[in-house]
Design a protein around this ligand. Structure first.
Ligand code: BTN
Length: 260
Protein backbone atom coordinates (compact mmCIF):
# COMPACT_ATOMS: atom_id res chain seq x y z
CA UNK A 1 0.00 0.00 0.00
CA UNK A 2 1.22 3.53 -0.71
CA UNK A 3 -0.23 7.01 -0.85
CA UNK A 4 -0.51 8.56 -4.25
CA UNK A 5 -0.47 12.21 -5.27
CA UNK A 6 -2.21 12.88 -8.55
CA UNK A 7 0.67 14.66 -10.22
CA UNK A 8 -0.89 15.10 -13.65
CA UNK A 9 -3.58 17.53 -12.65
CA UNK A 10 -3.55 20.11 -9.91
CA UNK A 11 -6.89 19.17 -8.41
CA UNK A 12 -8.25 20.75 -5.30
CA UNK A 13 -11.17 19.16 -3.54
CA UNK A 14 -14.06 20.28 -1.36
CA UNK A 15 -15.25 17.05 0.25
CA UNK A 16 -12.80 14.36 -0.90
CA UNK A 17 -9.43 13.90 0.81
CA UNK A 18 -6.06 13.68 -0.93
CA UNK A 19 -3.62 11.98 -1.20
CA UNK A 20 -5.21 8.81 -2.50
CA UNK A 21 -4.39 5.43 -0.95
CA UNK A 22 -3.10 3.17 -3.72
CA UNK A 23 -2.78 -0.65 -3.86
CA UNK A 24 -1.28 -2.70 -6.66
CA UNK A 25 -3.55 -5.54 -5.59
CA UNK A 26 -6.37 -5.87 -3.06
CA UNK A 27 -9.41 -8.12 -2.59
CA UNK A 28 -11.88 -5.26 -3.05
CA UNK A 29 -11.54 -1.52 -2.45
CA UNK A 30 -15.12 -1.51 -1.09
CA UNK A 31 -14.38 -4.38 1.31
CA UNK A 32 -11.22 -2.59 2.51
CA UNK A 33 -13.10 0.59 3.42
CA UNK A 34 -16.08 -1.31 4.89
CA UNK A 35 -13.82 -3.10 7.36
CA UNK A 36 -11.67 -0.09 8.42
CA UNK A 37 -12.99 2.64 10.66
CA UNK A 38 -9.87 4.72 11.10
CA UNK A 39 -9.95 6.68 7.84
CA UNK A 40 -11.34 10.21 7.67
CA UNK A 41 -14.47 10.96 5.67
CA UNK A 42 -13.53 11.65 2.05
CA UNK A 43 -10.78 8.99 1.86
CA UNK A 44 -10.21 7.49 -1.60
CA UNK A 45 -8.74 4.00 -2.17
CA UNK A 46 -7.57 3.02 -5.66
CA UNK A 47 -6.31 -0.39 -6.86
CA UNK A 48 -4.76 -1.70 -10.08
CA UNK A 49 -6.30 -5.13 -9.52
CA UNK A 50 -9.01 -6.66 -7.32
CA UNK A 51 -9.00 -10.39 -6.62
CA UNK A 52 -12.58 -10.35 -5.27
CA UNK A 53 -14.27 -7.28 -6.77
CA UNK A 54 -17.90 -6.89 -5.79
CA UNK A 55 -20.78 -5.90 -8.07
CA UNK A 56 -24.43 -4.98 -7.60
CA UNK A 57 -27.10 -7.54 -6.68
CA UNK A 58 -24.51 -9.92 -5.17
CA UNK A 59 -22.53 -10.33 -8.39
CA UNK A 60 -18.75 -10.20 -8.73
CA UNK A 61 -16.80 -7.59 -10.73
CA UNK A 62 -13.76 -8.78 -12.66
CA UNK A 63 -11.10 -6.93 -14.62
CA UNK A 64 -7.60 -8.00 -15.75
CA UNK A 65 -4.75 -6.20 -13.89
CA UNK A 66 -4.33 -2.58 -14.95
CA UNK A 67 -7.15 -2.61 -17.51
CA UNK A 68 -9.87 -1.01 -15.41
CA UNK A 69 -9.99 1.94 -13.05
CA UNK A 70 -11.09 0.63 -9.65
CA UNK A 71 -11.61 2.90 -6.69
CA UNK A 72 -13.81 3.54 -3.68
CA UNK A 73 -14.69 6.58 -1.62
CA UNK A 74 -15.50 6.59 2.07
CA UNK A 75 -17.94 9.17 3.47
CA UNK A 76 -19.23 9.56 6.99
CA UNK A 77 -22.66 11.18 6.79
CA UNK A 78 -25.67 12.14 8.88
CA UNK A 79 -28.47 10.28 7.15
CA UNK A 80 -31.14 12.45 8.76
CA UNK A 81 -29.65 15.37 6.79
CA UNK A 82 -28.54 13.63 3.59
CA UNK A 83 -30.58 10.60 2.47
CA UNK A 84 -28.57 7.56 1.49
CA UNK A 85 -30.49 6.96 -1.73
CA UNK A 86 -28.82 9.94 -3.43
CA UNK A 87 -25.27 8.52 -3.55
CA UNK A 88 -25.68 6.10 -6.50
CA UNK A 89 -27.33 8.90 -8.53
CA UNK A 90 -24.73 11.49 -7.54
CA UNK A 91 -21.88 9.14 -8.39
CA UNK A 92 -23.32 8.29 -11.81
CA UNK A 93 -23.73 12.01 -12.57
CA UNK A 94 -20.18 12.72 -11.38
CA UNK A 95 -18.69 9.89 -13.45
CA UNK A 96 -20.59 10.94 -16.57
CA UNK A 97 -19.51 14.58 -16.17
CA UNK A 98 -15.88 13.50 -15.64
CA UNK A 99 -15.98 11.30 -18.74
CA UNK A 100 -17.36 14.22 -20.79
CA UNK A 101 -13.79 15.59 -20.72
CA UNK A 102 -12.38 12.35 -22.12
CA UNK A 103 -14.82 10.97 -24.73
CA UNK A 104 -17.44 12.49 -27.06
CA UNK A 105 -19.94 13.89 -24.54
CA UNK A 106 -23.14 12.99 -26.39
CA UNK A 107 -22.12 9.32 -26.56
CA UNK A 108 -22.61 9.17 -22.77
CA UNK A 109 -25.88 8.31 -21.02
CA UNK A 110 -27.18 7.11 -17.66
CA UNK A 111 -29.35 4.06 -17.12
CA UNK A 112 -31.34 3.63 -13.90
CA UNK A 113 -30.15 3.57 -11.23
CA UNK A 114 -26.44 4.14 -11.75
CA UNK A 115 -25.00 2.58 -14.88
CA UNK A 116 -22.92 4.86 -17.10
CA UNK A 117 -23.19 3.96 -20.79
CA UNK A 118 -21.01 4.91 -23.73
CA UNK A 119 -22.68 4.32 -27.10
CA UNK A 120 -25.31 2.21 -25.27
CA UNK A 121 -22.71 -0.09 -23.66
CA UNK A 122 -22.04 -0.12 -19.93
CA UNK A 123 -18.54 1.21 -19.22
CA UNK A 124 -18.92 1.94 -15.51
CA UNK A 125 -20.43 0.06 -12.61
CA UNK A 126 -21.15 1.69 -9.26
CA UNK A 127 -21.71 -0.14 -5.99
CA UNK A 128 -22.76 1.94 -2.99
CA UNK A 129 -22.71 0.11 0.35
CA UNK A 130 -23.61 1.61 3.70
CA UNK A 131 -23.61 0.84 7.39
CA UNK A 132 -25.42 2.85 9.99
CA UNK A 133 -23.18 3.48 12.97
CA UNK A 134 -24.10 5.42 16.10
CA UNK A 135 -27.27 7.56 16.12
CA UNK A 136 -27.72 9.39 12.85
CA UNK A 137 -24.29 8.55 11.48
CA UNK A 138 -23.76 6.25 8.53
CA UNK A 139 -20.63 5.02 6.78
CA UNK A 140 -21.08 5.16 3.01
CA UNK A 141 -18.72 3.36 0.65
CA UNK A 142 -18.99 4.33 -3.01
CA UNK A 143 -17.25 1.83 -5.30
CA UNK A 144 -16.57 2.72 -8.92
CA UNK A 145 -15.27 0.44 -11.67
CA UNK A 146 -14.54 1.91 -15.11
CA UNK A 147 -13.73 -0.38 -18.02
CA UNK A 148 -10.77 1.38 -19.59
CA UNK A 149 -8.57 -0.75 -21.79
CA UNK A 150 -10.06 -4.24 -22.11
CA UNK A 151 -10.50 -5.33 -25.72
CA UNK A 152 -13.87 -6.41 -27.07
CA UNK A 153 -13.08 -10.17 -26.62
CA UNK A 154 -13.26 -9.61 -22.87
CA UNK A 155 -16.97 -8.69 -23.14
CA UNK A 156 -18.03 -10.77 -26.15
CA UNK A 157 -19.20 -13.97 -24.47
CA UNK A 158 -20.36 -13.01 -21.01
CA UNK A 159 -21.03 -9.27 -21.01
CA UNK A 160 -22.75 -8.42 -24.31
CA UNK A 161 -24.10 -5.07 -23.04
CA UNK A 162 -20.75 -3.86 -21.69
CA UNK A 163 -17.64 -2.36 -23.25
CA UNK A 164 -14.52 -0.41 -22.35
CA UNK A 165 -13.48 3.08 -23.40
CA UNK A 166 -10.86 1.37 -25.60
CA UNK A 167 -13.20 -1.21 -27.17
CA UNK A 168 -15.63 1.60 -28.07
CA UNK A 169 -13.32 4.48 -29.07
CA UNK A 170 -10.20 2.59 -30.19
CA UNK A 171 -7.99 4.71 -27.90
CA UNK A 172 -6.04 3.62 -24.80
CA UNK A 173 -6.55 5.52 -21.55
CA UNK A 174 -4.31 6.21 -18.55
CA UNK A 175 -5.90 5.33 -15.21
CA UNK A 176 -4.28 8.24 -13.39
CA UNK A 177 -5.62 10.81 -15.84
CA UNK A 178 -9.17 9.40 -15.81
CA UNK A 179 -9.09 9.09 -12.01
CA UNK A 180 -8.14 12.75 -11.58
CA UNK A 181 -11.03 13.90 -13.79
CA UNK A 182 -13.55 11.68 -12.02
CA UNK A 183 -12.46 12.71 -8.54
CA UNK A 184 -12.81 16.34 -9.54
CA UNK A 185 -16.34 15.93 -10.92
CA UNK A 186 -17.61 13.64 -8.14
CA UNK A 187 -16.24 16.09 -5.60
CA UNK A 188 -18.03 19.00 -7.29
CA UNK A 189 -21.32 17.10 -7.08
CA UNK A 190 -20.73 16.30 -3.40
CA UNK A 191 -20.31 20.04 -2.82
CA UNK A 192 -23.60 20.71 -4.69
CA UNK A 193 -25.32 18.10 -2.50
CA UNK A 194 -23.99 19.71 0.69
CA UNK A 195 -24.96 23.21 -0.44
CA UNK A 196 -28.27 22.64 -2.23
CA UNK A 197 -29.59 19.15 -1.39
CA UNK A 198 -30.74 16.32 -3.62
CA UNK A 199 -32.91 18.18 -6.18
CA UNK A 200 -30.14 19.56 -8.44
CA UNK A 201 -28.47 16.15 -8.52
CA UNK A 202 -31.70 14.38 -9.54
CA UNK A 203 -32.35 17.12 -12.12
CA UNK A 204 -28.94 16.45 -13.72
CA UNK A 205 -29.55 12.69 -13.57
CA UNK A 206 -32.84 13.13 -15.50
CA UNK A 207 -31.05 15.32 -18.08
CA UNK A 208 -28.44 12.63 -18.72
CA UNK A 209 -30.96 9.76 -18.98
CA UNK A 210 -32.35 9.56 -22.53
CA UNK A 211 -34.66 6.64 -21.65
CA UNK A 212 -37.27 8.65 -19.73
CA UNK A 213 -40.41 8.49 -21.89
CA UNK A 214 -39.23 5.30 -23.61
CA UNK A 215 -40.40 1.69 -23.45
CA UNK A 216 -38.50 -0.41 -20.92
CA UNK A 217 -38.70 -3.75 -19.12
CA UNK A 218 -38.20 -3.89 -15.36
CA UNK A 219 -37.13 -7.14 -13.72
CA UNK A 220 -37.82 -6.95 -9.98
CA UNK A 221 -36.36 -10.40 -9.34
CA UNK A 222 -39.77 -12.09 -9.48
CA UNK A 223 -41.57 -10.65 -12.50
CA UNK A 224 -40.78 -8.69 -15.62
CA UNK A 225 -42.92 -5.56 -16.03
CA UNK A 226 -43.23 -3.71 -19.35
CA UNK A 227 -44.18 -0.08 -19.68
CA UNK A 228 -42.88 3.42 -20.23
CA UNK A 229 -40.15 4.90 -18.03
CA UNK A 230 -42.21 7.79 -16.64
CA UNK A 231 -39.71 9.47 -14.30
CA UNK A 232 -37.64 8.97 -11.19
CA UNK A 233 -39.36 9.72 -7.91
CA UNK A 234 -38.04 12.19 -5.32
CA UNK A 235 -36.34 9.31 -3.54
CA UNK A 236 -34.79 7.88 -6.69
CA UNK A 237 -37.37 5.16 -7.44
CA UNK A 238 -38.11 4.23 -11.04
CA UNK A 239 -41.70 5.12 -11.98
CA UNK A 240 -43.04 2.75 -14.62
CA UNK A 241 -46.28 3.57 -16.39
CA UNK A 242 -48.28 0.67 -17.79
CA UNK A 243 -51.54 1.90 -19.31
CA UNK A 244 -52.97 4.20 -16.66
CA UNK A 245 -51.16 2.54 -13.78
CA UNK A 246 -47.93 3.90 -12.32
CA UNK A 247 -45.71 1.71 -10.20
CA UNK A 248 -42.46 2.69 -8.44
CA UNK A 249 -39.50 0.30 -8.15
CA UNK A 250 -36.54 0.73 -5.83
CA UNK A 251 -34.44 -2.34 -6.63
CA UNK A 252 -34.68 -3.86 -10.08
CA UNK A 253 -32.89 -4.45 -13.36
CA UNK A 254 -33.89 -2.35 -16.36
CA UNK A 255 -33.76 -3.33 -20.03
CA UNK A 256 -34.32 -0.76 -22.74
CA UNK A 257 -36.78 -1.98 -25.39
CA UNK A 258 -35.42 -1.02 -28.78
CA UNK A 259 -38.09 -0.31 -31.41
CA UNK A 260 -37.60 -2.42 -34.55
C1 BTN B 1 -21.99 -3.17 -10.77
O1 BTN B 1 -22.32 -4.33 -10.54
O2 BTN B 1 -22.36 -2.60 -11.80
C2 BTN B 1 -21.15 -2.41 -9.78
C3 BTN B 1 -19.70 -2.74 -9.90
C4 BTN B 1 -18.81 -1.94 -8.97
C5 BTN B 1 -17.36 -2.33 -9.07
C6 BTN B 1 -16.45 -1.45 -8.25
S1 BTN B 1 -14.76 -1.69 -8.65
C7 BTN B 1 -14.26 -0.76 -7.27
C8 BTN B 1 -15.20 -1.10 -6.14
N1 BTN B 1 -14.73 -2.25 -5.39
C9 BTN B 1 -15.52 -3.31 -5.53
O3 BTN B 1 -15.33 -4.43 -5.02
N2 BTN B 1 -16.56 -3.00 -6.33
C10 BTN B 1 -16.53 -1.62 -6.75
Amino acid sequence: MSTFRLSQLPISTGVLKLPIIHFEEIDSTNAYLLSRHSHPSGTIVWADFQSAGRGRLGRSWMAPPGEALLFSIYLKIHHSETPLFIYPFLTAVGVLEGLQNIVTPNWLALKWPNDVLLKNLKVCGILVQSKTSSGNNADVIIGIGINLNQNSDFFMNNLPFAGSLFSITGKKYESENVLAKLIYSIDQNLVVLNDSGTDPILEKWRKYCPYIGQKIKVNDGRNIHSGVFNNISEDGGLILQTGRTKRTFHAAEVTIVREK
